[in-house]
Design a binder for this molecule. Structure first.
Ligand code: B1M
Length: 217
């Protein structure tokens, strides 16, 4: 089967809130040997973004949005697990969380799976996590990297607070910081003083490896 058709079916299953159909597409993708990351990002995620647009225009309501998110969670359970593990040695230690006040964690889940698959040791603190808690955990675990995800324009402030707290506590140089999430931009990362902005999971992992290599030079 053509991969583009599969991706369209994945997106459509989310928009149509077809839970069984979505699981069937995820399983079919794996049977056919499709790249699970591509199916998540170019298929199911595309559908979820359409759902977000419908919600924004008032053409779909919160219960339906929640239903779509739940379907997305169940397919990501299958596909994130299947993201191929390329290397086993630990390349660096990452503490990651969705910032305080924000419960969006589907994208972070994809990022975490890819990080683990590429050999990073990842401590996922979950969602709605205060900056102070993220920092305490990173210090306790002697992490190399602190990653944060924010999906609301209002909660992006949590990423700024993290940078400010690190600076105030004299800890800024100790960690590499990386920020992501739909409203987050390169400009925002620069403005708050984060080391990197990541557009998606691949970009995030690539930048972490670059920054780890620079630090070890
Ligand atoms: Co919410 N929501 N939501 N929502 N929701 C948005 C974000 C919104 C844009 C929808 C819209 O109106 N168009 C809007 C925000 C508007 C704004 O801030 N300007 C919105 C709103 C308003 C809300 C509520 C306030 C709704 C309400 O209650 N009235 C509420 C807020 C709750 C809260 O957090 N306090 C809410 C709730 C929810 C659900 C619970 C129903 C559900 C989340 C379920 C869950 O995550 N467990 C949900 C969903 C699903 C969405 C949309 C539709 C999809 C988000 C998503 O999962 N995308 C979203 C619309 C949109 O984003 N266009 C929307 C797919 C995911 C794979 O992408 O998360 O961007 P993303 O992650 C990507 C990259 O950004 C990047 O890599 C990922 C993989 O490629 N990335 C990183 C992300 N983090 C990274 C970290 C990194 C590196 C890369 O390194 C550390």
């Amino acid at each position: 089967m053509n991969q583009e058709v599969l991706l369209q079916e994945a997106a459509a299953a989310i928009v149509q809130r077809n839970a069984e159909g979505a699981l069937a597409v995820a399983r079919k993708a794996l049977e056919l040997g499709a790249d699970p990351l591509a199916v998540m990002e170019q298929g199911f995620t595309r559908g979820l973004i359409q759902v977000g647009d419908l919600f924004e225009r008032g053409e779909l309501f919160l219960p339906e949005l929640i239903q779509c998110a739940e379907i997305m969670k169940s397919v990501s359970g299958i596909l994130n697990e299947a993201i191929s593990v390329e290397r086993r040695e630990i390349a660096g230690r990452v503490v990651i969380a969705t910032v305080e006040g924000d419960i969006h964690d589907i994208g972070k889940g994809i990022v975490v799976s890819l990080m683990r698959a590429r050999g990073l040791e990842v401590h996922d603190l979950g969602r709605d996590v205060p900056a102070e808690t993220i920092i305490r955990k990173a210090v306790e675990l002697d992490a190399d990297v602190i990653g944060t995800s924010a999906l609301l324009t209002t909660t992006m402030a949590g990423q700024k607070e993290l940078e400010e707290t690190l600076r105030r506590e004299g800890l800024r140089e100790r960690f590499i910081t990386i920020v992501g999430g739909a409203p987050v931009t390169e400009r925002w990362a620069r403005r708050i003083g984060a080391d990197a902005y990541a557009e998606d999971a691949n970009d995030g992992v690539k930048k972490i490896f670059q920054l780890l290599a620079e630090r070890r030079r």
